[in-house]
Design a protein around this ligand. Structure first.
Ligand code: ADP
Ligand code: MG
Length: 698
């Protein structure tokens, strides 16, 4: 049998040592198997011929059939170009070359019937095709050209002649070696049930499709397989963990919860908050250890959910702990929670790095003897020799600031692992969450408390500062506060960014009579917190800052978020920043300032920001614009994102489908030991060895 993953690509006809080195260095292709799974990134239908008169400048490519009428050389020296006037009887197109002029003149002549392929532009009212591909019409069979595959290559490869067409030839050489079907990677019963193409056929078609329909079926089969094994692995991991780790059973909803609900709750819960509390309660009562991700946009009221579910833990005789990434955030939680549950007879303590000496000792003692019910802390609690009496529930706020390793340490604080609720305001699109955190359950608060007005968001250019500042003036005069955010704190080499220091001076000069705070990443945490506190107390009215203010600090009186050089920020960052305002009932504003010259992508980002305040919509758009590799959370998940054919942004429905199948298989046969499932177990072991270590997530 042909052992593709053991055979060096070097020995494939047409490769040899030099090309093998390039393939390996540039594309990580070292075996025949790697080459076989190096899929085209696009296909072009070469069976269609366009008429010159129907061509417009928006078409991605065209194919024309006709004759060259005459050549014309225009310009001198380096600006010289060659134009061939080309006609198909419906019009004339200009084929243009800026280099290789002599070669072109030698090679093509007027009067011969050619097929010309390339990208059209309209120039001076005329169809232009620069550096077209040209074939003699008699030499090619259009019907057979069908869907032409195109492969990604790099500049270095192209210089060495290893372009897309060359890769196509290599893949054809490889296909010629595959005379017998390759071993199937999905069980027969699944292929039958899901109507999936066989592996060997799918691989052949994907590199050489004849029709768009055939191509789609082949792609579906390969995507299915890729996504299915990812989900199967996650399902196996989750089921293993559930069997290994029992969870505390919180069966009661008791006194404290009810007392709070009936006498303390200052507003009615939103439908989404109620639903999520129910989901968490069911989970914590099931006997399994809960690992749940709670997603909710900024201001959606996650803290209340955390508090009420902590009360359930307390009602069942356990302690609860909530952790935030910064001291100021944990102080904020501490004071909010303290206020909410005042009079319920519960003991809440705050433990941060700056609480020392006797005070600290008293808190540590209270945790150990169980008299402290709720601990609010920073992640410093993980580093410390903090001991709990009966820690049953841990809430981690603003999840993306916590690493996997830190979360794992929690478990050492308790005999049995406590239930864990991870909260994040960085919405992760569903499909990504299912792949990234496939073993976490996900709850979503998709509703804001009533009465919130969407933040009015507008885009301004650098030249509009006068108007922007005039607006700021009005808000300040009416007693509100404002944030002004800059991307960097110092001018970096060549990039012309507004400097925070410079901005600070400008703002101080422009807004005489108001106090201005300044916060940036190089300040000590204590200094930063003190400055934030001043702003929170309205001792300063304007906060000039870098992105350090991104995470959860609540200043309801702030009504304006002005972002300088907004083009330098990613979508999710812009959304997080904007979430700092609009936390009261009054109208708030977000002003995005950019230079006049913007790239296509930036323009899209700004458009999305001005069009919607919905964090999930923004996250989906972000996923589509940037791809999953760049999204916050994916880098630190410790997982190589190496999907070869499926696409997290586009294949959402398929991901959900295969996830259901995988879950069902694992529920029925956790060890994958039944005859109909052994193939899948073998595949998983093979994939694990070669690709990923998913077990590090959670
Ligand atoms: P986030 O999800 O960003 O952490 P918070 O928990 O800080 O949001 O809540 C934002 C604000 O909304 C807080 O002042 C909170 O008290 C308030 N809030 C939460 N839930 C409700 C509700 N159901 N109705 C009205 N206000 C609410
Ligand atoms: Mg919060």
């Amino acid at each position: 049998m042909l052992d593709l993953d053991q055979r060096d690509v070097k020995y494939l006809p047409g490769v040899g040592p030099a090309r093998a080195a390039l393939l390996k260095g540039e594309l990580q292709i070292s075996t025949l198997q790697d080459l076989l799974y190096f899929f085209p990134y696009k296909y072009i239908d070469r069976s269609r011929i366009f008429q010159i008169r129907e061509v417009d400048g928006t078409m991605p490519y065209i194919q024309l059939k006709g004759k060259i009428l005459s050549f014309e050389q225009i310009g001198e020296g380096r600006r010289q170009r060659l134009v061939a006037h080309f006609s198909d009887g419906t019009g004339v197109a200009d084929l243009v070359w800026f280099s290789g002029i002599k070669y072109t003149l030698d090679r093509y002549c007027p009067g011969v019937e050619y097929v010309v392929f390339g990208k059209p532009t309209i120039f001076g009212g005329r169809v232009n095709v620069a550096h077209p591909e040209i074939d003699v019409e008699a030499n090619i069979n259009l019907a057979e050209m069908g869907m032409q595959p195109y492969y990604n290559t790099t500049e270095r490869m192209k210089k060495a002649g290893l372009n897309s067409a060359a890769i196509r030839k290599l893949v054809n050489n490889l296909m010629a070696l595959i005379v017998e079907p390759l071993p199937e990677t999905l069980p027969d019963w699944m292929r039958d049930k899901e109507h999936l193409m066989g592996l060997t056929d799918a691989l052949k078609v994907v590199h050489n499709p004849r029709t768009p329909l055939e191509l789609r079926l082949a792609q579906l089969r390969l995507k299915f397989e890729e996504l299915f094994y990812v989900q199967l692995n996650l399902a196996r991991y989750a089921s293993d963990r559930q069997r290994r780790f029992k969870g505390y059973v919180f069966a009661r909803v008791g006194e404290k919860f009810n007392a709070f609900y009936n006498t303390k709750l200052p507003f009615s819960l939103t439908g989404a908050q109620k639903r999520v509390i129910r989901e968490i309660r069911t989970d914590m009562g099931s006997g399994r250890q809960m690992n749940r991700l709670l997603q909710g946009d900024v201001g959606s009221g996650k803290t209340m959910v955390a508090l009420m579910t902590m009360l359930i833990a307390i009602d069942n005789g356990y302690q609860a702990c909530i952790m935030a990434p910064t001291e100021i955030l944990s102080e904020q939680h501490y004071s909010n929670i303290g206020r909410f549950i005042d009079g319920l007879g519960l003991k809440v303590e705050l433990l941060t790095g700056s609480i020392k000496g006797k005070r600290r000792e008293a808190i540590l003692k209270g945790l150990k003897d169980g008299s402290v019910n709720i601990l609010v802390s920073t992640h410093a609690v993980l580093e410390d020799p903090v001991e709990f009496n009966r820690l049953g529930f841990v809430v981690i706020d603003e999840q993306h600031r916590f690493g996997v390793a830190q979360r794992a340490r929690l478990w050492t604080k308790s005999n049995m692992p406590p239930h864990v609720l991870v909260m994040t305001a960085t919405p992760i699109p569903r499909t990504l969450a299912m792949t990234l955190y496939g073993d976490l359950d996900v709850s979503v608060i998709d509703e804001l408390p009533p009465g919130r007005k969407p933040i009015h968001t507008e885009h301004f250019y650098d030249g509009n500062h006068t108007a922007v500042y005039a607006f700021l003036d009005r808000e300040l005069k009416s007693g509100r506060q404002a944030y002004i955010v800059y991307p960097l704190i110092e001018e970096s080499e060549k990039i012309d960014l507004k400097n925070l220091e410079e901005g600070y001076l400008t703002v101080c000069e422009r807004f005489v009579g108001y106090k201005v705070s300044k916060v940036h990443g190089r300040m000590k945490p204590a200094e930063k917190d003190a400055e934030m506190q001043r702003f929170k107390n309205n001792e300063t009215q304007i906060m000039v800052a870098t992105t350090v203010i991104e995470v959860g600090v609540d200043v309801p009186n702030a009504s304006v978020m002005l972002i300088e050089n907004a083009n330098r920020f990613g979508l999710s960052q812009l959304h997080q920043l904007r979430g700092r305002v609009g936390r009261g009932a009054d109208q708030s504003y977000c002003m995005l300032i950019t230079p006049y010259q913007l790239s296509e992508d930036t323009r899209k980002r700004i458009e999305i920001m001005t069009a919607t305040c919905d964090g999930f919509e923004i996250a989906e758009a972000d996923l589509k614009l940037r791809g999953p590799g760049d999204l916050e959370g994916t880098q630190q998940s410790g997982m190589a994102f190496d999907l070869k054919i499926a696409n997290l942004a586009r294949d959402g429905a398929l991901i959900e489908h295969v996830r259901e199948i995988a879950k069902k298989i694992v529920a029925d046969d956790p060890e994958l030991s039944r005859p109909e499932n052994v193939l899948m177990g073998r595949m998983l072991r093979r994939l694990k060895k070669s690709q990923f270590d998913w077990s590090s997530i959670s």
